[in-house]
Design a protein around this ligand. Structure first.
Ligand SMILES: Nc1ncnc2c1ncn2[C@@H]1O[C@H](COP(=O)(O)OP(=O)(O)OP(=O)(O)O)[C@@H](O)[C@H]1O
Ligand SMILES: [Mg+2]
Length: 252
């Protein structure tokens, strides 16, 4: 069992007024090792906040998050986090971006670079190892950011709308890659997305949050076999069922 989220609520208090925003309310969730979990729900329902609480960037107002039995009190290299905006270092080339975290850990550079090259090869970026971020397309930058998180061998990976800015082809390719890599390494993934097709394609479970304050509204278990067929009736039915669940929330 990887994550235990117990009675988590979050209230934000703004600095310049006394106004309080209740972002999350009584979230209880157990996420088992090796599972791919998606969080979906209307804009502003607290998805990013929940992800940041699980990572340890934000403290919950109430409740606790445990990672393998230990209460999360701050970020850890056991948990990788992939931001939406790629966040590469512009002054480092691709391979140095990828091994940045390993360098901090004091790993030998030659070994790190060899490992990084294997990963880059996997995602078709071998020939771009010496290039700088400004020379890459959005999809390439995103692949570099993903590899940088994967190479750290964290047990889990938290992803916030990671693929949202990509064209459909690149997105589908990366979805397949992330699925394969995570299965191989038995990583636990918590994935925030607005893209229900993507959530159904990848997830073992899809968690629908209600409008703010976000509560768990419904959990869909997705049992379709991999690789999933987007043209199958079951796939399409799940998309419309989940979309409807979120749509109803947005009309409330
Ligand atoms: N640092 C903060 N200070 C104050 N309020 C915040 C802060 N972060 C988030 N909020 C508020 O908490 C609520 C949830 O925000 P959050 O970013 O978690 O939503 P979200 O579900 O990720 O939305 P989206 O789908 O648009 O990304 C919003 O009302 C937001 O304004
Ligand atoms: Mg968000």
């Amino acid at each position: 069992m990887t994550f235990e989220i117990e009675n988590v609520s979050k209230t934000f208090v703004s600095n310049d007024s006394d106004e309080e925003v209740l972002a999350l309310k009584d979230i209880n969730l157990t996420i088992e090792t090796g599972k791919f979990i998606s969080l979906v729900g209307p804009s502003g329902c607290g998805k990013t906040t929940l992800l940041r609480i699980i990572e340890g960037f934000v403290k919950p107002t109430e409740g606790t998050v445990k990672d393998d039995g230990e209460i999360v009190t701050g970020p850890s290299n056991q948990r990788g986090f992939i931001f939406q905006n790629y966040s590469l270092f512009p002054w480092l080339n691709v391979i140095d971006n990828v091994i940045f975290g390993l360098n901090i850990d004091g790993k030998p550079e030659k070994e790190s670079k060899e490992r990084a090259m294997k990963y880059l090869e996997d995602v078709g970026l071998k020939d771009f190892a010496e290039r700088y971020p400004h020379e890459l397309s959005g999809g390439m930058k995103q692949r570099v950011a993903i590899i940088r998180s994967l190479i750290n061998d964290s047990k889990s990976l938290l992803m916030d709308e990671t693929f949202s800015a990509l064209d459909v082809q690149t997105k589908h390719k990366l979805q397949k890659q992330i699925h394969e890599i995570c299965q191989k390494q038995n990583k636990t993934i918590i994935f925030v997305t607005h893209d229900i097709d993507e959530a159904v394609f990848l997830s073992d479970e899809i968690i629908v949050l209600s409008r703010r304050p976000g509560r768990i509204k419904k959990i869909f278990e997705i049992k379709l076999e991999h690789p999933r067929n987007r043209d199958s009736e079951e796939f399409k039915d799940l998309i419309s069922e989940i979309t409807q669940e979120i749509g109803e929330l947005e009309d409330e």
